[in-house]
Design a protein around this ligand. Structure first.
Ligand SMILES: Cc1cc2nc3c(=O)[nH]c(=O)nc-3n(C[C@H](O)[C@H](O)[C@H](O)COP(=O)(O)OP(=O)(O)OC[C@H]3O[C@@H](n4cnc5c(N)ncnc54)[C@H](O)[C@@H]3O)c2cc1C
Length: 471
């Protein structure tokens, strides 16, 4: 069954957005702000993608909650991108300056225009300043942002959401993208015509497909991402280029559920736990600056022997005191409720733990320097640890978390062919794109990339539609 919605019925008035994560919803909001109807296609039964699970927050500097002048966001991002900066340097620099320069306006758009609470700011690994925003309430930031944007979109008569339909092809006429083909679970097929914003997410949940192709060495790692295939191939089929496809972020801390320790889909142990002062122990000993980049923390873990081959996992403990617990209470209470963190005493941990925690308490109190170079201890309050001191403990292991690689875009979110020529009628935003983060994404910068480049894509696509309307 193929039913075709004629091009002129959609293109003159509307745009197609593929994917209902933060990038897709942001683009849709922006299109609607220009009075452009949006047809949003989503393969899952429920909207929100991996974005709805985001738990640490979104970066921005300066903002009304982080007013200190902060010029280092750009340089932190370049430093984190690492060696990748040596290729396509100018293009990467433009993407990174767009990301960081528009971060302030993005937070203000979410807070002041959309009404999302992002009033709490924390410092995550690899950042030289606190700049990751989340709300004070119970809802994690991903859920808070996605539910607010969805609610506002659903109030608009211009918003048309179709769930449980998978885009299978991008349609092109004379080098210009003119729509997409999509299928329903019953095998039904349709086309819808118009300019397209692709926001179908990354491929960290595509263990058997794109991950196996680009990073066979990571086969067998558990993942925090929904299991689904990567969609970059739909864009290369119309001329899009790929970049950094082997750059996969392994997050150092996914929870090992004591009830289902070998389940490959893991719950993320949010970076905010370490950001608020928590530490990592292996055999009761600290082994790394917990606020170092994810890559460095992960490398410090995986160079040690693993304790399971499928999934490939290591046994690390994340340990917090009451101060950290109180600062991240909404997160930790949720993890306790899920059985992923337990309230305990230092005496119940590995025999090395007491000495390690005593040393960390002295470091946090400024009595001695940290042997691992950690300089930020946030809300760690325990000054005199004893075997009876209360701690909160969970078992964690590295997990596949984010794919830095994807389709090449420019700072206008246009998808580029070889030679940096744009593909007319096609934009992309969010994790499906590559180049913004280089070799390592900073925590909080993915939600930011969705908002920054999703808004740009929405604006650009709206302008394209308005220009192509008969005068
Ligand atoms: C557990 C977890 C916690 C995280 N925490 C943070 C955080 O605190 N801060 C941060 O910055 N980042 C965080 N991230 C990363 C961040 O959430 C994602 O990178 C980002 O949300 C990706 O957004 P997106 O819109 O590009 O893709 P997604 O949110 O994944 O949305 C893509 C959507 O496209 C749909 N789709 C895919 N293929 C098709 C198709 N063919 N047809 C139709 N629809 C399709 C998918 O079903 C999905 O709904 C986290 C990720 C995870 C998994």
């Amino acid at each position: 069954m193929t039913s075709v919605v004629p091009f002129h019925n959609v293109a003159k008035s509307g745009a197609i957005v593929v994917g209902s994560g933060l990038a897709g919803l942001t683009a849709a909001c922006q299109l609607i702000s220009h009075d452009i109807p949006v047809h949003l296609l989503e393969r899952s039964a429920k909207p929100g993608g991996n974005s709805i699970k985001a738990s640490s927050g979104i970066n921005g500097a300066p903002t009304k909650y982080q007013p200190v002048s902060d010029d280092s966001f750009y340089s932190d991002t370049v430093a984190s991108a690492g060696k990748a900066m040596s290729s396509m340097t100018t293009q990467r620099e433009k993407l990174i300056s767009t990301l960081t320069n528009k971060s302030s306006a993005s937070i203000s758009w979410l807070v002041d225009t959309k009404g999302v609470d992002l009033s709490k700011v924390a410092q995550l690994g690899g950042h030289t300043h606190p700049r990751t925003h989340r709300g004070v309430g119970q809802n994690p930031p991903g859920f808070a942002i996605i539910s607010t944007l969805l609610k506002s979109l659903k109030e608009s008569p211009l918003f048309h959401l179709r769930t449980a339909c998978t885009v299978t092809k991008v349609l092109q006429t004379g080098g210009r993208v003119t729509g997409v083909e999509f299928t329903y679970p019953d095998g039904g097929k349709e086309e819808i015509h118009g300019p397209v914003i692709f926001a179908a997410g990354g491929f960290a949940g595509d263990a058997e497909g794109m991950l196996a192709t680009y990073r066979p060495d990571l086969a067998g790692y558990p993942s925090t991402n929904d299991p689904r295939p990567g969609m970059q191939t739909l864009l290369t089929a119309v001329g899009g280029q790929l970049i950094d496809m082997d750059m996969v972020q392994v997050h150092p801390t996914g929870f090992i559920d004591p009830e289902k320790p070998l389940l490959p889909l893991k719950f993320l142990a949010a970076e905010v736990i370490r950001g608020e002062g928590g530490i990592l122990l292996m055999n009761g000993k600290r082994f790394v600056n917990e606020l170092d980049t994810r890559e460095k923390v992960t490398n410090a873990i995986v160079t040690m022997p693993s304790n399971s081959t499928y999934p490939r996992q290591w046994s690390v403990q994340v340990v917090l005191d009451e101060g950290v617990y109180n600062a991240a209470k909404s997160h930790i209470d949720f993890y306790i409720w899920k059985g992923l963190i337990r309230k305990s005493k230092i005496a119940d941990l590995d025999t090395n733990a007491l000495g390690s925690i005593q040393q960390y308490a002295a470091v946090a109190a400024g009595e001695v320097p940290d042997p691992f170079g950690r300089a930020f201890f946030a809300n760690w309050k325990l000054t005199d640890p004893t075997p009876q001191s209360v701690v909160y403990v969970g078992n964690v292991t590295p997990v596949l978390h984010f794919t830095m690689g994807g389709v090449v875009i420019n700072e206008k979110s246009e998808v580029l062919r070889e030679g940096e020529e744009k593909i007319e009628g096609l934009w992309a935003a969010g994790e499906i794109t590559g180049g913004v983060h280089g070799g390592n994404r900073l925590g909080g910068s993915s939600l930011l990339e969705c908002v920054v480049f999703g808004r740009i894509a929405g604006d650009q696509c709206a302008e394209y539609i308005q220009k192509s309307k008969p005068q």
